[in-house]
Design a protein around this ligand. Structure first.
Ligand SMILES: Cc1cc2nc3c(=O)[nH]c(=O)nc-3n(C[C@H](O)[C@H](O)[C@H](O)COP(=O)(O)O)c2cc1C
Length: 232
């Protein structure tokens, strides 16, 4: 707690961490020390979960394993392999304002990167950067038992946000990626994931690369009045 008459402007609070976090899609190759990664996950595991079931598992690839995985995914895609996530992806089957926001999000990226909306090849190349982990030296895969249901996914979401804020607090950038659930069998070739689990999403992380146009995108949010109702 800082003294009210001399607030510490550099103090990181939940408010400042949440306000300042954004998804990073260009990373430097500098690795995050393994002790720091362990510390972050050790704290994130204190996240609450329904009946304290703690359904999350985190598998991290880095170094040679990360290179091998990237290579395998691109080899698979070159041979015509298609995404085959276990859980239906979050972007599938959206309608109404959710579909509109999905398009808006994508178009903001294309515009920032100077990619015309009609440039399908450019869009595909941007999409494929997901599986290069946007250049991050580390990629984490979040999984939970495949027998579990939507309500249990809340627990993984809380765990994911905890990881992102703890990394932010340490100056480490992140990008949560549903796209990283697309090739679960290839991931399992390089890292151990409990047999009964399915991958929900991934999280690329590392240090933000400087001066990269892609990292200038900031996504808007709906105003408070649209998402909050009170009854008194
Ligand atoms: C569960 C989840 C999955 C996501 N999947 C992807 C993805 O596959 N690729 C990507 O570039 N961004 C992905 N994102 C990032 C979102 O696009 C981003 O969080 C959103 O546009 C808000 O922007 P911000 O994180 O910069 O605030 C995902 C985010 C979440 C929470």
């Amino acid at each position: 707690m800082t003294h009210p008459e001399s607030p510490d402007q550099t103090a990181m609070t939940a408010t400042s961490l949440i306000r300042n976090r954004y998804s990073v899609r260009a990373f430097s190759s500098a690795p995050v020390p393994e002790d720091t990664i362990r510390e972050v996950v050790d704290i994130a595991r204190l996240a609450p979960s329904n009946s304290n079931t703690q359904p999350w598992h985190l598998a991290i690839v880095m170094g040679e394993a990360r290179e091998r995985l990237e290579g395998r995914v691109f080899e698979f895609m070159r041979n015509g392999g298609k995404p085959h996530p276990t859980f239906p992806p979050g972007g599938a089957g959206l309608t109404g304002p959710y579909k509109d926001r999905q398009y808006d999000c994508a178009f903001r990226y294309y515009d920032t990167m100077g990619i015309a909306r009609s440039d399908m090849e450019g869009r595909q190349r941007l999409l494929e950067r997901n599986w290069k982990f946007f250049g991050a030296p580390h990629a984490a895969f979040l999984s939970m038992p495949k027998s579990m249901h939507r309500a249990n996914a809340i627990d993984l979401g809380i765990f994911l946000q905890s990881l992102m804020l703890l990394f932010s607090e340490r100056g480490i950038a992140t990008c949560p990626q549903g796209a990283l659930a697309a090739f679960p069998d290839l991931v399992r070739e390089v890292v151990t994931i409990p047999e009964d689990n399915a991958i929900m999403c991934g999280l690329s992380f590392g240090y933000e690369a400087e001066g990269e146009q892609i990292n200038t995108v900031r996504m808007p949010r709906e105003p408070l009045g649209k998402i909050l109702s009170f009854a008194t």
